[in-house]
Design a protein around this ligand. Structure first.
Ligand SMILES: [Zn+2]
Ligand SMILES: [Zn+2]
Length: 292
């Protein structure tokens, strides 16, 4: 029974989410609180599964881990979401309006196609942003996410706020699309991302693992050496990695960078300042040696 649940949980939940947003009464699907309740409920179910079928004892959560994860989950849903709305979504919507861009054809597509389009748009932008972070100075904003030393359902939200802001930006505001399709896409991405970080012995069907990011492919991305992290960039739609040749098979129980030392929230927040602090210290040391 447990085996069947762990095998079918992700595909069945996907279907339930789509059916809910497609057929629930309009007052419910148009209420912004519904998406908050839906994503929170999905996250809570995945968190609960960590106590039903643990993947690794070394990833077992504790009070400190859980409090940190919850802090970031709330931060992402409030402050970061508001910043993205004000600094990215609204300017993008204004530019769309000013330039007279119209995508009303999207409104006439079947609901499932609208949802697929939203998932693709969000994930495509996130894939390239994430890939850029692993291959440029942006690594300093993303590294805190890779310093986590264990994976848990809410760990997808843990990271430096600059990174959280950058990966939340999307081009969704450029499209005329029903809000319920966007909410449905966000609920799906919450499900996939929390399962892909969860300490749960999921065993989904092969087709699911080919399309969606799983705990196997994402734990591989969290490998302990920097070079091994440069694969499986898609947060949820791993199909994009297959298309661009960045997919690598396998999984990793050992996660975390450098000495695999857990960072505090303060260290995660100030991490991108490390190169600057190192430069200042080096200058101070060289000027002290010159004057000495
Ligand atoms: Zn990464
Ligand atoms: Zn991750």
């Amino acid at each position: 029974m447990k085996k069947i649940v762990l095998s079918l949980f992700q595909p069945v939940m996907l279907a339930v989410i789509v059916l809910f947003w497609a057929f629930a009464p309009a007052p419910l699907t148009h209420n912004p609180w519904t998406v908050i309740v839906a994503t929170s409920l999905v996250t809570a179910i995945v968190v609960a599964l960590e106590f039903v079928s643990e993947r690794h004892v070394s990833w077992r959560t504790n009070g400190r881990e859980f409090a940190t994860d919850l802090f970031y989950t709330i931060l992402a849903a409030t402050v970061i979401a508001e910043l993205v709305k004000k600094l990215a979504d609204e300017p993008l919507a204004s530019a769309k309006h000013a330039l007279g861009i119209s995508t009303l054809w999207v409104m006439h597509l079947p609901f499932i196609v609208q949802v697929a389009l939203m998932v693709f748009l969000i994930e495509f932008f996130q894939y390239w942003m994430h890939r850029a972070m692993h291959n440029s100075f942006l690594w300093w904003t993303h590294a805190p996410h890779h310093h986590i030393t264990q994976l848990n359902a809410m760990k997808g939200a843990v990271g430096n706020p600059i990174e959280l802001f950058l990966v939340t930006i999307s081009l969704v505001a450029l499209f005329d699309v029903p809000e319920s399709a966007v909410f449905c896409a966000l609920t799906i991405l919450t499900l996939v991302s929390s399962c892909a970080h969860a300490n749960v012995r999921f065993d989904p069907p092969r087709w699911y693992s080919y399309v969606w990011t799983t705990i196997e492919s994402h734990s591989k991305h969290h490998s302990a050496t920097y070079e091994d992290t440069r694969c499986n960039y898609a947060n949820s739609l791993i199909l994009i990695d297959h298309v661009f040749g960045t997919f690598r098979d396998g999984e990793s129980e050992i996660v975390g960078q450098d000495e695999r030392k857990r960072l505090s929230i303060w260290q995660q927040f100030t991490f991108p300042l490390r190169p600057l602090i190192a430069t200042i210290k080096a200058r101070q040391a060289s000027s002290a040696s010159v004057s000495g």
